[in-house]
Design a protein around this ligand. Sequence first.
Ligand code: NAP
Length: 520
Amino acid sequence: MSVFLRNYLGGQWQPESRTAHALVNPVSGEALAFAGGPAENLAAAYEFARNAGGSALRAMSYGQRAAILADVMKVLQANRDTYYDISIANSGTTKADSAVDIEGALYTLGYYAKLGATLGDVHTLGDGTSTVLSKDGLFQSQHVYAPVRGLALFINAFNFPAWGLWEKAAPALLSGVPVVIKPATVTAWLTHRMVEDVVNAGVLPPGALSIVCGSSAGLLDPLQPFDVLSFTGSADTAAKIRSHDAVTRHSVRVNIEADSVNSALLGPDAVPGSEAFDLYVKELVREMTTKSGQRCTAIRRALVPAAQFDAVAEAVAAKLSGITVGNPRNDTVRMGSLVSREQYDAVHTGIEKLAGEAQLLVDGRNSALVDADPALAACVAPTLLGLRDGASGTTVHEHEVFGPVSTLIGYRDADEAVALAHRGQGSLVASIFSADHAWLARAGAELAGSHGRVNLVSPDVGKTQTGHGNVMPQSIHGGPGRAGGGEELGGLRSLGFYHRRSALQASATTLDALGPLGSL
Ligand code: NAP
């Protein structure tokens, strides 16, 4: 029996719409679920979210909303097994790769539930202390953060149907802002099931969480001045969203997480046999294969000293030869499929494009598959390309292939390594592997201006570092320039997007009447 992903809007499940998009198993091609055409009555649904959801959430303290996040987490934990089944079927990911999405979502929710609890029973957040404005010292200015009085619309990418929702919804709900989620259609089933479970459990006030599945037509039209919009996806769609009439006319605050040509640098000191060298090779292979390389943070450019180019190529190729690819339900498979046959075609085209400039060192396009029909399955084995003289390249620094594909790029010296990393025009993350702490610190500080996160790995943290591609809620996620210019997570910093800063100018006695202020 196939599932129809009905919209939940205005506090009610909406009827099935007539135009239906099939969501398929990317390994077998079997239809699993259907999502509908353009959502109806969106303007009224958004009003309900703002009025009913927003008012109910704002009436609670930060501590009370944090407790609700813990309740949401418990609901999701109780239904975990179902989420794995959906993820393996609809995303084509192995159990381990499904965990990156599902456990990542639960961990992030749990983290915000705990962090939010530290804000306690306050209703207002302060920004610093008050400043005296008058000669007698009585008239003062106190900056406060007030939750935005609109809704938060999330438009998400296909690769993180679980984490993509909750890493955004946790800070929004904690801030007191109702959420409308539009997941990417191709993998919307998991997001939909999670929303359905939370709605059925009744842990959120009516209007606090709504979902639109299927067509994005008309989604932005009813946005109002106090709404916020957070988009994750391709740079092309991001450009349309930024220039949408409702966004520009109403100055809707927008956060964009777009694509990124992330790099990982092997330090000039790291020679074959050194710990930094081995850690680097391990990380690169993990980044190429986790979720079949469909992570916005994955290593696309592996920058290595020209003298170590062949040694790294050999070590990576040896490890990649042990990666079995195919049906994620088969226990011998290490890497599942891409999310769809469209992505399969896009990855093949992307490899061709990179191969116009770089040499194919490991070609995964025609590898044998385990338990999967190559004519149907969206499977591509890991593919490594190489360009010895990195400075001579253009495409390799600009083109993101969203799959298990990386390019090994040679650099002449440490300055050139940093310059090549900057050729990504702003990335979500860069990592550096070296035993030289002083150089790591210097290079890290240089890359910080063009990267949302810089992961510095020396052998002493080799076992405990959290990984190049893993987004930890304690650290910010987002990057300047082509990465979209957005910023999410980073502990309580993420609440800033869902609040307006305002200066309250008043008598010190009036300001005292605000009561205790929380702080970000
Ligand atoms: P996409 O095609 O841009 O789609 C993203 C979302 O936008 C989907 O929900 C899509 O809905 C919706 N959409 C499409 N056209 C729209 C329009 N005109 N108005 C409003 N919404 C619209 O991106 P994708 O293919 O799903 O994701 C892959 C890309 O996302 C990669 O480039 C990757 O690097 C990037 N990404 C970035 C991050 C990050 O945090 N920086 C994270 C993950 C992925 P439909 O699915 O219904 O078309």
